[in-house]
Design a protein around this ligand. Structure first.
Ligand SMILES: Cc1cc2nc3c(=O)[nH]c(=O)nc-3n(C[C@H](O)[C@H](O)[C@H](O)COP(=O)(O)OP(=O)(O)OC[C@H]3O[C@@H](n4cnc5c(N)ncnc54)[C@H](O)[C@@H]3O)c2cc1C
Length: 486
């Protein structure tokens, strides 16, 4: 099978059908007389990639990207969402976590004053931001003292709390341990890390102005957003079930082969597959014996080095459906869970679901019977291996123990195994301590062979890696590069 069409001037293949690919295709079609033949080859049977939504009880639930980071006209995603009429309400997620809606509870059911926790949390975030400033200044002293975010925060946070008589009390309190664990886990989720043990101080995806974490209003999700984006693409642009196994630039035009035997020729190939897959399919040490590398010839050494050095982190989101609202004395937006050592040592938890002690938050979605929780990288493998029933049992046990009354098992568990999915092998690019992330990304994004092979996707955005807007812009960038050659 060949995609050559006698009337087309150029043949363009985009590998992967995530946000970057869709953006590239939209940009190519925009204001152009379409003298090209464009196909997007997607391994799975759906578009969106790390945007993945499901609908339950009529409510869209995002299992991948959820937030728009930055809500001004500088953010292309926010602007498009506005055009699509998908922006409603304030959408500002963080302030929703205020004293009147959130509860902070120790695992024995004891409530901790919200006001104090919010103050401590603000200080924690300020410290993380300060850490970034120090990191950016490249002070060697800092680099020698703290190798990673965890070490920095563990050392500096008590000092910061101790400066203030109010928060000094927290430092001395019986819940400090649980609180610090909770805050670290939140930060680790953002960075796609395990307890912030390997990442540098802060990722760089909060740079855009406006609301920092905008959540689509009730009735909308990133899945709805992708659906709208796709409406502007000609039907049949995306070919599903086409896992690309070889991109051969030795021939001209380039030959792109799929696992199902389909073969395409292209003047330009834009590769948007996730960094996790590039690591797996390009680095000799990760190839399974007899498996050929994705690129023929192999990518240049400096590109392989960038792929090797860049971090690709993991986190997960999970939504639990109960058959009724969970009733208890406390509110749920969110419920922060502070683990006590003795509850982590509970024999039932230790024996049946030791991974459950890593859950530190639960949030009710839109006053429904759906509750969302997040996972940092430390628990991803165990959770991906656990059955829905085990997860439901763990939550019923832990919440029942905290609330001191039986909590029924959730009737639905919605999640996606991003780290084990061979089309992703993780969640997003992570800023590893000791790695010059910007330099690596700058290398990765460079086109090769006179623009015959181009690279897009979140991992190729120097400023906004790991985000939806970053991915989108890289698609526009590479499409523009091709347009300049037409
Ligand atoms: C759990 C989670 C939560 C997130 N939360 C947020 C958030 O709140 N806000 C935010 O801005 N960002 C968030 N992100 C990050 C955001 O989702 C990504 O940065 C963005 O979606 C990446 O888009 P992309 O086009 O670069 O790659 P992808 O969306 O990964 O698209 C790549 C596509 O390539 C396909 N593919 C893989 N291998 C092959 C192959 N060999 N042949 C053909 N096709 C292939 C994949 O199936 C996929 O469809 C989150 C990500 C995850 C996983």
């Amino acid at each position: 099978m060949s995609s050559r069409n006698e009337n087309t001037e150029k043949k363009i293949i985009i590998v992967g059908a995530g946000i970057a690919a869709i953006a590239a295709a939209r940009e190519l079609y925009k204001g152009h007389d379409h003298h090209f033949d464009l196909k997007i080859l997607e391994a799975s049977h759906r578009a969106g990639g790390r945007v993945l939504s499901t609908v339950t009880d009529g409510i869209p639930v995002d299992l991948g990207a959820t937030f728009i980071h930055g809500t001004t006209n500088e953010n292309v995603i926010y602007e498009l969402a506005k055009q699509f009429g998908q922006v409603s309400g304030s959408g500002d997620w963080r302030p929703m976590w205020n004293e009147s809606t959130m509860s902070v509870m120790l695992t024995n059911g004891e409530l901790v004053p919200n006001e104090t926790v919010i103050e401590c949390w603000d200080k924690f975030l300020t410290l993380a931001d300060e850490g970034q400033a120090v990191l950016d200044s490249e002070t060697p002293l800092w680099a020698n003292q703290y190798n990673d975010m965890y070490t920095f925060l563990a050392a500096e946070y008590p000092t910061l709390l101790g400066k203030d008589s109010c928060t000094m009390e927290v430092l001395k309190s019986h819940y400090y341990r649980g609180l610090f664990k909770c805050l670290i886990k939140f930060q680790a989720v953002v960075e796609g890390d395990t307890e912030c043990r390997s990442t540098a101080i802060q990722g760089k995806f909060y740079d855009l102005p406006g609301i920092r974490d905008y959540r689509f209003g009730s009735g909308y999700s990133f899945g709805c957003f992708v659906k709208k984006l796709l409406e502007d693409l000609p039907k049949d642009t995306i070919l599903y079930g086409r896992e690309v196994v070889s991109i051969n630039t030795e021939s001209n035009p380039t030959t792109v082969k799929c696992k199902n035997g389909d073969q395409f020729e292209a003047d330009h190939v834009i590769v948007t597959i996730p960094l996790g897959v590039l690591k797996r399919r390009c680095l000799d040490e990760n190839l399974i014996s007899n498996e050929s590398p994705l690129f023929v010839p192999p990518l240049p050494v400096e590109k392989l080095k960038a792929i090797r050095e860049l971090g690709f982190g993991c986190m997960g989101k999970m939504t639990l459906k109960f058959d009724q609202e969970i009733t208890t004395k406390c509110k749920f937006n969110p419920l922060l869970i502070l683990w006590r050592q003795e509850d982590e040592d509970d024999p039932i938890i230790k024996q049946k679901f030791p991974w459950a002690t890593e859950f530190v938050q639960l949030e009710r979605i839109y006053n429904s019977n759906l509750y969302e929780t997040w996972m940092d990288a430390s628990m991803i493998t165990s959770i991906e291996n656990a059955s829905d029933d085990e997860i439901a049992g763990a939550f019923s046990y832990i919440l029942g123990k905290m609330f001191q009354h039986p909590v029924p098992k959730p009737v639905g568990v919605y999640r996606h195994g991003w780290s084990s999915d061979p089309l992703f092998y993780g969640a997003y690019t992570a800023d590893l301590a000791g790695v010059d992330t910007s330099a690596c990304i700058s290398t990765l994004e460079q086109p090769l062979y006179d623009n015959r092979l181009l690279f897009a996707g979140e991992a190729t955005s120097v400023d906004f890696y790991s985000t939806i807007h970053g991915a989108y812009w890289t698609g526009i960038r590479e499409a523009s590069r091709i347009k300049q050659t037409m």
